[in-house]
Design a protein around this ligand. Structure first.
Ligand code: AMP
Length: 396
């Protein structure tokens, strides 16, 4: 990528708005995982160390009611941020107006202003999410430069992602630069063989990505709940497993197009009940007895997928192989995760979401080349779609 990056800006003494992803998980006002704040630190530290006056903007959750507003108060991030780096942090409990403007005006070089949740602006007519022209222009008026570092939000054309850079010179931060380089490398110039592994609940969520990766990857391995729609497309019996009937014809189309490169499970772990599985067994794919549902890939499928992954030089993985939240149906996801973690000389990429959680929970996070910080954004990227928050940043 040849986008302008934060390093190309002369930031000393300048106000720089950074769109970060501080959409952290939290409970009762306490952050339960501060990874997103940590992921933004390289760009924030670079700017404060180089004398910028940094203004941080992020959304936190959805804000549709006054209750959401109280629950998603960005002030919980201020202490966390202050504890993770040394620049002074001023939290402003407003998204516009004199308090915000004063705080920005009084900023010293190397200091940080953290603004209240951008989505507070959604309560009065979806101004943030609807990319209100006046709002983007107003926020832009507070700064000299804009830096996009919220990869998890770049697939959304909001006032804070697309509106601001319409009005002032802009650049990508280190996090977005890395995401786009790694994902773009896999998409545009992958070292081959390139194997994609797609799982998760539904075919409908992954149509675009399956379509694009069938064109680009050398092999596409499909597991998880969506594999049962493919099984039906092949004439199989799937009991009470997840099925999207309206996607069976599409699955047939993918099977035709992907002949020789699309690999489906050959066996599956089934249970008599989702909530209270008292009877679990492994059966061949497409032979699930009535009253049973498929909840994980079986051991023969793990072997097949391991064989197809041998020698892979690039791997993109999105979506668990089964209901990995329940230990009895997590084995397939765990085995794939372990296999990828031990692949030698390969670029291994996890496309965020549940597969990223699985890798982290299993202690393999460090073994992957890249774990994307944006589930939705990385999927749209791999679909070949343009990401509005990246597209708006100029080329060098
Ligand atoms: P996604 O967000 O599309 O990646 O889907 C992730 C969800 O798919 C997880 O919550 C899994 O529990 C669920 N999932 C994976 N395999 C199955 C399955 N065989 N049946 C039901 N849900 C599944």
């Amino acid at each position: 990528m040849a986008k302008v990056t934060v390093k190309d800006l002369d930031v000393k003494g300048k106000h720089v708005i950074v769109r970060v992803d501080f959409n952290v998980p939290h409970k009762n006002g306490v952050i339960t995982d501060d990874n997103r704040v940590r992921a933004a630190l390289p760009t924030i530290n670079y700017l404060t160390e180089n004398g910028a006056k940094v203004i941080l903007l992020s959304h936190l959750g959805k804000v549709k009611t006054e209750e959401d507003k109280a629950k998603n108060d960005m002030s919980i991030v201020a202490d966390c941020l202050a504890g993770l780096q040394s620049a002074p942090v001023t939290f402003v409990n407003a998204t516009r107006g004199p308090e915000l403007e004063e705080a920005v005006k009084n900023q010293e070089e190397g200091s940080i202003v953290l603004m209240q949740n951008t989505r507070y602006e959604d309560l009065d007519g979806k101004k943030e999410s609807g990319n209100d022209e006046e709002l983007g222009k107003y926020w832009a008026s507070l700064a000299d430069y804009f830096v996009e570092d919220a990869f998890g939000s770049v697939h959304r054309a909001h006032a804070s992602t697309v509106g601001i850079p319409t009005h002032i010179p802009s650049a990508v931060g280190f996090l977005v630069e890395k995401e786009v380089n790694v994902l773009g490398g896999a998409l545009n110039d992958p070292k081959r063989p390139f194997v994609a592994i797609l799982g998760g609940a539904k075919v409908s969520d992954k149509i675009g990505v399956i379509e694009n990766l069938l064109k680009i990857a050398d092999k596409v391995l499909i597991g998880g709940g969506m594999s049962y729609t493919f099984s039906v497309a092949k004439g199989g019996k799937i009991g009470t497993s997840l099925l999207e009937e309206d996607k069976v014809d599409l699955a047939k189309e993918f099977l035709d197009k992907g002949e020789g490169k699309l690999f489906l499970p050959v066996d599956t772990v089934v249970a008599n009940d989702f909530d209270n599985p008292t009877d679990c067994k492994v059966v061949p794919a497409g032979e699930i007895p009535d009253g049973y549902m498929g909840l994980d890939i079986g051991p023969e499928t793990v072997k097949l997928f391991q064989k197809e992954l041998e020698g892979a030089k690039t791997v993109f993985w999105n979506g668990p192989m089964g209901v990995f939240e329940k230990p009895e149906f997590a084995k397939g996801t765990e085995a794939i995760c372990e296999t990828l973690a031990h692949l030698e000389d390969a670029t291994t990429i996890i496309g965020g979401g549940d597969s990223a959680s699985a890798a982290k929970n299993l202690g393999y996070a460090e073994k992957f080349s890249h774990i994307s910080t944006g589930g939705g954004a990385s999927l749209e990227f791999m679909e070949g779609k343009e990401l509005p928050g990246v597209a708006i940043i100029p080329e060098k």
